[in-house]
Design a protein around this ligand. Structure first.
Ligand SMILES: [Cu+2]
Length: 378
């Protein structure tokens, strides 16, 4: 037995340096990481800004530039919503109905109950420590049973838990049974940036990197939260998020939506939200994922349906059912973009404008690593 123990200890000691080396190797130095990641970043249909893609379809892009699509302008963030505030310690203002319910549950049910219980227990402790101290109470009571008080201290917590359980289970049910989605966005975590795919809109893809200081402008958002490519969704639309990862476990979290979902390699997780108020909403990766975990923020633009359609067009995507539904004057010739794979029509998300690849092609932001913003900003 002793021999076995010795062998096990020797083995674990021998393995320790190897384990340390393996861990040290994982977070590779930043400069070295840049190039391989740039190479491994998946090439997207909208990667027209990269040199290779541009040369592949020069004609289509020229035609697109000649067309007049409604321009999409990034909306400016406002300090009172969708981002942390200086000295703030409360839950961010919620803009989804699930978030509002959760906030109500926290503020109206949980916090008062916790506060009352904590104060009650504290007062009891202070009273007992003072009243029954040795100097004041030299002969202690030998009472060991009291039926009434035992019933009370068993029933009271049970009742409190029941009061909490009802709204809690209702909230869980609401979170996990969302209404039918109007729009699906596939969210992919990468070390250390996010990619967003829009399968309902021609399956284009965005690569979203944090904007470094010096590149970031005030209208991009706060430091460490501003990104070059924001996810854009229409206001009031039920958005289904399919969340996964390319490398390690990340977590997609936007506090103002009450949305948080792990991005696990090889697995598709689903969550969603329906934002009821336009604006820019920031979040962060919420699963420790490596050296630059703190530098892969999330920014979501919630915009009107018209703006969303314009944005989709600016990315070379299409709106589902755009041609038959949204364009009453059918004289408009079919644009090259409408020849894309037809996605199932989402009711209420029809485009108000013909789906035409936009003029304002995105700057070359799609093939960079998380650390790079070189040349990506005008
Ligand atoms: Cu991460």
């Amino acid at each position: 037995m002793k021999t076995l123990k010795t062998i096990m200890m020797a083995l674990s000691l021998a393995a320790a340096p190897a384990a340390v080396l393996a861990q040290a190797a994982a977070p590779a130095p930043v400069p070295a990481v840049t190039t391989p990641e740039a190479a491994t970043t998946p090439v997207s249909p909208t990667a027209a800004a990269t040199p290779g893609a541009t040369s592949a379809t020069p004609d289509a892009k020229e035609v697109a530039k000649a067309n007049t699509a409604p321009a999409y302008a990034k909306i400016a963030p406002s300090a009172d919503i969708g981002q942390p505030i200086e000295g703030g310690f409360k839950i961010q203002p919620q803009v989804t109905s699930v978030g509002e319910d959760a906030q109500w549950f926290h503020n109206v049910v949980l916090m008062p109950i916790i506060t009352v219980i904590c104060i009650f227990v504290l007062v009891l402790l202070i009273y007992v420590a003072f009243r029954y101290r040795a100097a004041r109470n030299p002969i202690p009571s030998k009472t060991s049973h009291n039926t009434l008080i035992e019933i009370v201290w068993t029933l009271a917590p049970v009742l409190i838990l029941l009061v909490i359980a009802v709204p809690s289970i209702q909230l869980l049910a609401k979170q996990y049974a969302p209404p039918k989605a109007d729009l699906t966005v596939k969210v992919i975590g990468n070390q250390w940036y996010w990619t967003y795919q829009y399968p309902d809109n021609g399956d284009f893809e965005l690569v979203s990197n944090m904007l470094k200081e010096g590149v970031r402008k005030p209208e991009d958002g706060p430091r460490l939260l501003a990104v070059d490519e924001r996810m854009v969704v229409p206001v009031g639309a039920v958005v289904k998020l399919i969340v996964t990862s390319n490398d390690v476990i990340h977590s997609f979290a936007v506090p103002a939506f009450w949305t948080k979902m792990d991005a696990v390699p090889g697995r598709l997780n689903e969550t969603g939200f329906k934002a009821d108020r336009p604006g820019v909403y920031y979040g962060q990766c919420s699963e420790l994922c490596g050296a630059r975990h703190g530098f892969m923020p999330i920014a979501v633009d919630v915009v009107s349906r018209e703006q969303f359609a314009a944005w989709v067009a600016s990315k070379g995507g299409t709106m589902p059912g755009a041609a038959p539904v949204a364009n009453p004057d059918a004289t408009t010739p079919a644009s090259p973009a409408t020849a894309g794979p037809a996605a199932p029509a989402a009711p209420g998300l029809a485009a108000p404008a013909p789906a035409i690849p936009a003029t304002g092609a995105a700057p070359a932001t799609t093939s960079q690593a998380a650390t790079a913003n070189q040349g990506s900003q005008p």
